[in-house]
Design a protein around this ligand. Structure first.
Ligand code: BGC
Length: 361
């Protein structure tokens, strides 16, 4: 369908090329989650504002679709690829083809594993995301204060753990950060994982699906909480999962006068920000996708000008073949009190979008 972009195609760009002659392929995993739509739009807008052509594709969370879309970007003559992988281990073939065509590859948010052909990685500090999620759980339970000091509650509290998709490298970083933070409290008996399911393989949700999390929470309530005990807190690594978990809890009678469990999250999705404002979800972790998109554009432009993008971490992200130079951004915990200063005052959302300060609907 598309004509080959000709000059500069597959060259990774030459310093002499004009932006209008250069195409950046942007491969995003799915449109079922707001963050990836925001990521895709931000990257596209920022590149187009500099005059580049952009080939943006979403893969509907289907691995063969993503592989095919990247193959097409390569044959259509992309000069740089920016990829947020669905399965971080499934793109070695595409990356080999990109390397042979001298197309630099930037892994976006999720590390691409098992390939020497990942040239740069832009993401957030994913281990710290996990630490922040576990800390929010401790704060929500009253075991710890926001400043990290000891809280007034001592438990014991029943908690359950959730993790993301095992084929997403980030899921492991989130879980490790969270477990390192929770372990001392599990060891001293403050927290009890009543189901006994504490291994990532036992608690992971394939493709980060909300329905998968709802189903697992329902199963946990039936198997481990049918004796009248309550689940006090749930470690959830992503807002979509959090909403599935909350639905299962509400269907089982939690909420309203029966205090709902402390449920964490990630991504500050609008539906979850509303739940936080209403006191239903405890917290989320905000990752400013505008800043991530900006870093991806800076890295892409460096490659197009035959320069090396600036990394701020050259130790952490070993993809199984090599340590990929990375640029990592900080993250922020959002409880109800942070919705206005962090999400609204920064222009990320309008007050109307998250229905803050309005009557509850
Ligand atoms: C991202 C998270 C997101 C999750 C599910 C992860 O790779 O880092 O921000 O919540 O995927 O889409």
């Amino acid at each position: 369908m598309a004509a080959c972009s000709g000059e500069g195609a597959g060259s990774g760009g030459n310093s002499g090329d004009k932006p209008a002659d250069l195409t950046i392929g942007v491969s995003m995993p799915t449109q079922t989650s707001e963050r990836w739509i925001a990521d895709g739009n931000s990257v596209k807008e920022k590149l187009e504002a500099k005059g580049y052509k952009v080939d943006l594709q979403y893969a509907g969370d289907d691995i063969p679709t993503q592989s095919q879309q990247i193959d097409q970007m390569i044959t259509r003559g992309a000069d740089v690829l920016i990829i947020a992988a669905i399965d971080g281990t499934a793109l070695s073939g595409q990356l080999q083809a990109a390397a042979e065509a001298k197309i630099p590859v930037i892994a976006y948010d999720r590390l691409i594993r098992d390939s020497p052909n990942v040239d740069f990685y832009v993401s957030f500090d994913n281990y710290k995301v996990g630490v922040a999620q576990a800390s929010a759980l401790l704060v929500g339970l009253g075991v710890q204060n926001k400043d990290g000091s000891k809280g007034s509650a001592s438990g014991p509290f029943n908690i359950e753990l959730f993790a993301g998709s095992l084929d997403d490298n980030n899921a492991h970083f989130f879980f490790n950060g969270a477990m390192d933070t929770l372990k001392p409290f599990i060891d001293d008996g403050t927290l009890k994982v009543k189901s006994g399911q504490t291994k990532i393989e036992q608690v992971a949700i394939l493709r980060w699906q909300q329905e998968g999390a709802q189903k697992r929470m329902e199963d946990l309530l039936t198997s481990s909480y049918n004796d009248g005990t309550k689940v006090d807190g749930v470690l959830s690594p992503y807002d979509g999962l959090s909403r599935g978990i909350i639905t299962a809890l509400q269907n089982a009678g939690y909420g309203g006068a029966n205090k709902i469990s402390v449920v964490t999250g990630q991504d500050a999705e609008i539906a979850s920000v509303k739940l936080i404002n209403d006191g239903v979800q405890n917290s989320t972790i905000f990752k400013d996708t505008r800043l991530l998109a900006e870093q991806a554009v800076v890295a892409a432009e460096a490659f197009l000008q035959d320069k090396t993008p600036e990394a701020n971490d050259t130790n952490t992200y070993n993809n199984g073949v090599k340590v990929v130079p990375s640029y990592l951004l900080p993250v922020q915990t959002v409880y109800k009190d942070e919705i206005k200063p962090v999400l609204i005052d920064s222009g990320y959302y309008t007050a109307e979008e998250v229905a803050v300060g309005q009557a509850k609907g």
